[in-house]
Design a protein around this ligand. Structure first.
Ligand code: UD1
Length: 419
């Protein structure tokens, strides 16, 4: 299994480009299933989860071409299968997002129950309840969700018990071709939901309210071919900002969008970082100083993102002072902490709260990545630890970080991939 070997102690310095957002690209690629024609999607990041998505769309009958401008063209004219098989779904939980478009356009879908990151039980009940409210019949048997509708889906009012990004996206896609009006109340407000909605609007969908907690969809008969550019990855952006802060360095991140990162930038300023922003860039300068500890509480957007919790835990582990980290979105999302403790971090866990007393130095160790963002946080601790840190199971990181070695090298980090 591939590992990263990281030599700690180098300040990051330099400039890199931020890639398209994984969590926007995946639903947008799935949404092409709704179009009886060709969709052209640009700024798609080069990631294992994208490869899995294209493979999944391929098994359903979509054909994919990568243009010379690195745009992904997907032709969903000849869909001939409605089944998302276990082999693909187990590697990527977001595969559940084929359910809405398949059901909406063809009235049938068989989707294996998802796997994905080991961060809590992560049920799909909200996705299924939403589809049922739109008139689908759902059975779960032998590990597969079997969804059917006789005369197509019908618009309805859906009140979500919990704010769920994936369920909001799945229901949104299912409702596009449904008859009548659908309202999703207590909808997720994440920027990735807005990006998906804007792509669907470009394809001819009638949606209002994306980015608020009530999304209204007036069903249309069909969608047409369109081109759409995926928004920048706010979590990749945040991860490189923390990489600069933790190493006391200075980075300029281009092709990003600071407006999507307000909660993260606010916290980074509290650590003592000097941050400047423009329309599509962010510069962080730590001025060589040790970061100050910052307490965080994860919350749905626009609150502090759970996908940045592990990276801030890494930052707090070597910061001056004590911090409290409260994880409110997922249970069991502290697995990186056991690994950080092995590197000398002083962190204790009490339920969904971690108390972190910053230490002056971390020591290198062999550590194991357990999920995508946890693996990023272990790379961050490796960048500051004394000596040579080995981060094992980096296949997790390849699911979500485009060209991470190249980007870290460009910033002056010393790391290599070893097997
Ligand atoms: C998405 C992101 C993930 C991010 C998360 C929260 C993608 C591909 N992944 O995951 O990176 O960490 O949003 O911002 O976009 N829940 C239920 N029932 C359901 C669905 C969810 O109880 O049917 C619960 C989950 O267990 C969790 C909470 O709702 O506690 C939020 O999960 P959700 O927003 O659905 O996360 P994902 O869409 O899976």
């Amino acid at each position: 299994m591939e590992k990263f070997q990281i030599e700690g102690g180098y300040k990051l310095n330099g400039s890199i480009r931020i890639s398209g957002a994984k969590n926007a690209a995946l639903p947008i690629l799935m949404s092409t299933l709704l179009v009886d024609g060709v969709s052209t999607i640009s700024n798609v990041p080069h990631l294992n989860d994208v490869t899995t998505t294209l493979a999944l769309l391929g098994t359903l009958g979509s054909s994919t071409t990568i243009t010379d401008k690195l745009e992904v063209q997907i032709d969903a004219t000849n869909i001939h299968s409605y089944k998302a098989p276990y082999d693909l779904v187990k590697t990527m939980r977001a595969s559940i997002l084929v359910l809405g478009p398949l059901l909406g356009r063809f009235g049938k879908a068989d989707v294996s129950l998802p796997g994905g990151c080991a961060i809590g039980s992560r049920p799909v009940d909200l996705h299924l309840k939403g589809m049922q409210t739109l008139g689908a019949e759902i059975d779960v048997n032998d590990g597969y969700i079997r969804a059917r509708t006789k005369d197509g889906l019908k618009g309805a009012k859906i009140l979500m018990d919990t704010v769920s990004v994936g369920a909001t996206e799945n229901i949104l896609m299912a409702a596009i071709l449904a008859k009548g009006i659908t309202t999703i109340e207590n909808a997720a407000r994440e920027p990735e939901v807005v990006d998906l909605a804007q792509c669907l609007i470009a394809m001819g969908a009638n949606i209002s309210g994306a980015g608020t907690d009530v999304i209204t969809i007036q069903g249309v008969d069909k969608l047409q071919s369109a081109s759409y550019k995926v928004q920048p990855d706010r979590i990749e952006t945040g991860t490189y900002l923390v990489a600069a802060a933790i190493t006391r360095g200075k980075v300029l991140l281009k092709d990003t969008n600071p407006e999507l990162l307000e909660a993260v930038i606010l916290k980074l300023r509290e650590t003592g970082a000097e941050i400047k922003t423009g329309v599509d860039w962010i510069e962080l300068d730590m001025k060589g100083n040790r970061p100050k500890a910052v307490s965080i509480k994860t919350a749905p957007y626009p609150g502090f993102p759970t996908d940045m919790q592990a990276q801030f835990t890494a930052l707090n582990s070597i910061a001056s002072g004590t911090s409290t980290i409260k994880e409110n979105i997922f249970e069991n999302r502290f697995m990186h902490i056991n690994e950080m403790q092995r590197m000398g971090a002083n962190i204790s866990i009490d339920g969904n709260t971690a108390i972190c007393v910053g230490v002056k130095t971390l020591k290198s160790a062999q550590v194991m990545a357990t999920d995508l963002r946890a693996s990023a946080s272990l790379v961050l601790t490796g960048l500051v630890a004394e000596g040579s840190t080995i981060v094992d199971r980096i296949y997790h990181i390849d699911r979500g970080y485009d060209c991470i070695e190249e980007k870290l090298h460009a910033l002056g980090a010393k790391l290599k991939r070893v097997s």
